[in-house]
Design a protein around this ligand. Sequence first.
Ligand code: 26V
Length: 751
Amino acid sequence: MMKTRLEALCGKKIAECSYEEIYEALMKIVKEESRSQGRKVEGRKLYYISAEFLIGKLLGNNLINLGLYDETDKVLKEGGKSMAELEETEAEPSLGNGGLGRLAACFLDSLATLKLPGDGVGLRYHCGLFHQSFKNNLQSESPDYWLNGAQWAEDTGKTYDVSLAGETYRARLYQIDVTGYGGQTNKLHLFDLDTVDESIITEGIRFDKTDIEKNLTLFLYPDDSDDAGRKLRVYQQYLMVSAGAQMILEECMERGSNLHDLADYAAVQINDTHPSMVIPELIRLLGEQGIAFEEAAEIVTNVCAYTNHTILAEALEKWPKEYLEEAVPQLMPVIRKLDETVKERTDDAGTAIIDEDGRVHMAHMDIHFTHSTNGVAALHTEILKDSELNGFYKLYPEKFNNKTNGITFRRWLLSCNRALAGYIESLIGPGFKKDAGELKKLAAYADNGEVLQNLTRIKAENKKLLAKWLFKKQGILINPDSMFTIQSKRLHEYKRQQLNLLYLIHTYFEVKSGHLPAAPITAVFGAKAAPAYTTAKNIIHALLTLSKVVADDPQVSKWLQIVMIENYNVTAAEKMVPACDLSEQISLASKEASGTGNMKFMLNGAVTLGTLDGANVEIQDCVGEDNIYIFGQNSVQVIRCYERGDYCAREWYETDANIRRAVDFIAGDLMQAAGDRESLESLKRELIGKDWFQTFPDFNAYVVRKNQAITDYAVNPEKWARMALMNISQAGFFSSDRTIKEYNEDIWHLG
Ligand code: 26V
C-alpha cells in the first residue's frame, strides 16, 4: 500500500528516488491521512496561545501517530533507503527557546491523542532559535532558516488586519495538522506577514529592529537588550494575539456563538505572559460588537486561564506604559479601565496592573482577569501561593491550582527510543502507549536478571548510537563504555551548569593526584546561551576550554571527557535522551519551575542526580529515595537565605580549599593558554563576587552525591539497571496525557 502510493507520487521506483523526493511524497501522504483522521468540534474548544511551539521535526512523529511508521520503514529498506537518513532531509522548526515551547508542542500531541478539541495559536517565525556554532571555544550565532523545501504548514488564504502604531498590517494564517496517536487531527495556527524580508539580516543575527514591516516575524524572541528590541517584542506579541483573537471570535460565531456566550465555545490558555494582551484585545473586540466593558471583562475572565512558568523576576514581563501607548494605543484605554477596576477591588498596590512607575505588569493582568492561574509543578505552585504571588493568592485563593508538566511518550519514547519501546511492549504489551500508567507493570521485573541485562544492553546500544552521531556531526570520538552524564537545557545561571563545571575541574585535580573515579566519565552538555547574556556565554566558554585542557592531558583524558553538543535542539535531544546514564537536574532549589528534560531522561532509563526543585520533587515521590540521587539545600533554606540577603560567596571561596582550587583553575594558566583571558577572569569574578545562584553552598554535597552515583554505576551494574527500570516504571505520571486530562477536568471542560 505505502509502496504503491509512494512510487505513484514519485513516478519511479523508491530505489531511484532522492531522499528529497521521498520526503515530499511522504509529506503528501501524511497530510492526506491526517485529514482523513478528521476531528469533531462540539461545545467548548481550546485555543492554546503561545509565542513558542517547539514542535521539532514532524515526519517520523506523524508516521508513528498515524500507525504508518513500520510499513514505511520496511518499504524504504526494501528500496535500499534508510529512515534515519530520510529524517535528515527535514529542517527542524526550532520555534521555541526551551521547556516552555516544547511543553506547548507536547500538549498539542496529547490533545489530539485524547480526541479533545484544542488548537495551538502562535507565530510563523522565518528563523527559529538561532543556530549555534563554536568558534575558538566561543558560541557564535547565525540565522536558523527552516522555511526551505516542502512545508508542513499550509497557507489558508485567510488574513486578519492588525493595527500597530497606527499602521495596518495584514496577518496571514498558516496551519499545520497536529496528528494524534490513534486520535484526531487538530491544528496549529501560525500567523505571518507577507512583507517579512530575510535579506535585512546583516552580520550574524543582526537586523534593522525598527523596520517592522520587514522584521515582525523574522526571528523568534529577538534580542531585547535595547529599546528597539523590546518594542519589537511587543509588536510581535500583539500581532499574535490580535490576529488570534479575531480568528477565535470568527470561528465561535460561525459555530453559533452570540459572543455573550463566548465561554460556551472557547477556552483560551495563556502560556506565560507573552500572549497576555489577548485579554484587553478580546475585551476591545467584544466592545466593537456592542458589548459593554463590564460584561466583556467578565466574559473574557471566564474564557481565559493563565499558566505561570517561572518565578524569576526578570522573566516576568512589565512593559513601560509609553511602549504600549506607541505600539498599541487602541489597547491602552482598556488596560487603564482594567487597572481602575483592580484598584476598586483591592488597595494592595503590589497587585496593580499599572504600577507607580508606569509599568504594565502582564502577569498581574492575567491573574485578575482570568479564572485560573496555575503553576507547573507542585513545589512551584506552592511557592507562587506562599511567596511570589501571595498577594494574589489572598485575593483569589480559588483561582490557584497546580498542573504538573508532562511530556508526550510518543516522541520521547516510541519515536526516539524504538528499541526500548519495543522491549517494553514485549514485556507488558502495547497498552502503555495510550495509558502511561501501565508502565508500572514493569516493576514486577525489578529482580529479573535477564530483563535487567536487556535494559543495560539497550542502553549500551543507544550510547553507541549517540557516539556515532556525534562523530559524524562534530568529529568527536567518545567512549561508549564510559558513564554518560548529561546536562541539556538552556544555559542559565540558575540551572547551574557552572556547578557541573566546578565538579569537572575538581575531578581533574582528583585524577591528577591519583584518586581515580570509579568509572570513566563522559560529561555531555547541550545548551544555548541568549546572545546578550554574557555570563552564560562565559560558562559555555569555560566548558569548551576545559574540554580542550582535559583532552590534551593523556593522564586525565582516560578518565574524563567533556563534550558540548553544537546547536542543541529537539533533534539532538532525541539522540541524547536514550543514551543517558545520569540525568543532571541541578538547579538552585526553588528556581526551576518544573523541568521537563528530567522526565524525558527518566522515561528512557536514566537515573536523576538533582536538587529538590521543580518536578524533581515529584520524581522522588514516584521512584522513592533509593532510585534518585538528591543533594543540596532545599527551597525553604534558599528562600530564607534570599530574604536575609546574607549569602556571601567570597566567604565560601576563602574558607573551602576545594572550592578555591576549582575556581582559581577557571582563570589559571592552563585555561588561559587554551581560552580567552577576559572571559575566564570575568566568570571567576562573577562567582567569587556574587554567585547569585549559590553554587558554592551545594558544591561539596554535589561532589559526594555524584561520586556515589558513579561508584554505584561502576561497582554494581545490576543495582544500576534496577534503578533505571524503577525510573521507567514510575514515569507514567509524567505523561502529558495525564497533564492535559487535569487541565481539561479542572480548567477547560472541553467538548
Ligand atoms: C525567561 C527569561 C527571559 C529573560 C531573561 C531571563 C529569563 C529567565 C527565564 C525565562 C523562563 C521563561 C519561562 C520558561 O521558559 N519557563 C520554563 O517552563 C518550563 C515549562 O513549564 C519549565 O519546565 C521550566 O522549569 C521553566 O523554566
